[in-house]
Design a protein around this ligand. Structure first.
Ligand code: PMP
Ligand code: GLN
Length: 412
């Protein structure tokens, strides 16, 4: 194995998916819906499979299937109030993962520094390593720890953030709405980041895969729309999140031509093109949602409405048993302090180094409810900041959330 991969540990996903296969818990771990995707995309995929257009089963344009890049341009041109060229401002990828990979490998080289905001979606760090870059970590910290804590109470210290920016900084990866905290960055917070990016000539890779899952009264703000940021921002999205079809692994990025070009250079020699039927079906789904924009049954807003109730239900039962949830403003995860229940957990029956891993494994095996240990989303020196928490996913059928509530209430 080349040296650049030597630091790469088995991911939390590989570990917990394996554990779930073994113990078959109620799975609130890896983030995916356990209910049906909207009829529009399912029907579209069936129609594609049966279509007379046999070419829909063959390779398509490498930088993005035409119908999909057209739909994405139309959607985001409206959202960012700028005319996107589907040929040059958009690329489609094998999930947001590949968009992140192309954005990082297409810009970062040896000795470049990339700022990661902790907790961070775990693949960012190994991707920076693969590019030969160096990650520089800055943690979100809770400004409040008693009473009801919201994910907006977790903030960046401006001085700490500012000190990360140097002439070596090539990029910062922003994730809003945030996984795992559910934080939706405010205009003021984004302005601080944007001003530093401009001052130090830094690229902003904005992972916005949860862009549609924002709970009222909060609003998703795209950093690409801040003054002077379009030129230096790559924004990443995911059909898996948008249409509740995580298994379709189709994602995209949009941004200025020069930055998207660099991504194309990476993409064209690893995948060249991604799967055609899923792109066609997602394009049909987006066309449909664009025509419904502004109406309450547009999936891009109706899903968030449903999720808000699920969030509130989960926060309530976790609070009732004595855990302390951080209430998310967006995304579909909840980070929860489990330590008030520490005396009820057989932590010493698990051998992991970090307490949250022991909690997550013990509860998977013994209660048959699985969550994800948040220390996976921290650099080694900062893993202790995640150890008192567990991440639960709430994009689940009500009956399954209720099962989780029943199990946890019977135990606590
Ligand atoms: N970024 C974040 C923050 C995520 O939570 C995910 C979830 N998988 C991804 C990127 C990757 O998305 P995809 O499944 O489209 O590859
Ligand atoms: N984004 C999802 C999560 O955070 C899935 C992650 C994955 O499959 N690697 O749980």
């Amino acid at each position: 194995l080349p040296d650049k991969y030597k630091g790469s540990v088995t991911t939390v996903w590989a570990e917990f998916i394996q554990l779930a296969l073994e113990v078959k818990p109620l799975n609130l771990g890896q983030g995916f819906p356990d209910f049906a995707a909207p009829e529009i995309v399912i029907k579209a995929l069936k129609d594609v499979a049966n279509s007379d257009n046999v070419l829909l089963h063959q390779y398509t344009r490498g930088y993005g299937h035409l119908r999909l890049v057209n739909a994405l341009s139309k959607l985001y041109s409206k959202k960012i109030d700028r005319e996107l060229n589907p040929m040059t401002n958009v690329i489609t990828t094998a999930g947001a993962y590949e968009a992140l990979y192309c954005a990082i490998l297409g810009h970062v080289t040896t000795c470049d520094e990339v700022i990661l905001i902790e907790p961070f979606f775990d693949c960012y760090e190994p991707m920076v390593d693969a590019a030969g870059g160096k990650s520089v970590f800055v943690p979100l910290r809770p400004a409040k720890t008693s009473g009801t804590v919201l994910s907006s109470d977790w903030k960046l210290d401006i001085n700490e953030l500012t000190s990360c920016f140097t002439e070596k900084t090539k990029a910062i990866i922003l994730n809003t709405p945030h996984n795992p905290l559910g934080k939706v960055f405010t205009y003021e917070e984004l302005t601080v980041i944007a001003d530093l990016c401009k001052k130090f000539n830094v690229l902003c890779i904005s992972d916005e895969v949860y862009e549609w899952m924002v709970y009222e009264p909060y609003q998703h703000i795209r950093i690409a729309t801040l003054p002077g940021m379009w030129e230096r921002t790559i924004t990443i999205g995911s059909a898996g999140k948008t249409f509740s079809v995580t298994g379709w692994k189709t994602g995209w990025a949009y941004g200025p031509e020069n930055l998207i070009k660099n991504m194309q250079v990476v993409h064209q020699n690893i995948l060249n093109s991604i799967n055609t039927p899923a792109q066609e079906a997602i394009a049909i789904g987006l066309e449909h949602e664009i025509s419904k924009m502004g109406s309450p049954d547009c999936y891009l807003v109706s899903l968030a409405r449903e999720l808000k109730d699920k969030r509130d239900y989960m926060a309530k039962f976790l609070t009732e048993i004595g855990m302390v949830p951080i209430i998310p403003e967006g995304g579909y995860f909840m980070v929860v302090d489990w330590t008030p229940l520490a005396s009820k957990v057989g932590l010493d029956q698990e051998s992991d180094r970090y307490k949250d891993y022991r909690f997550a494994k013990w509860t998977s095996r013994n209660l048959k409810v699985q969550g994800i240990p948040p220390s996976a989303f921290y650099s080694v020196p900062h893993k202790h900041l995640g150890e008192n928490y567990i991440r639960y996913c709430f994009i689940k059928k009500d009956e399954n959330l209720q099962k989780a509530a029943d199990i946890l209430k019977a135990w606590a």
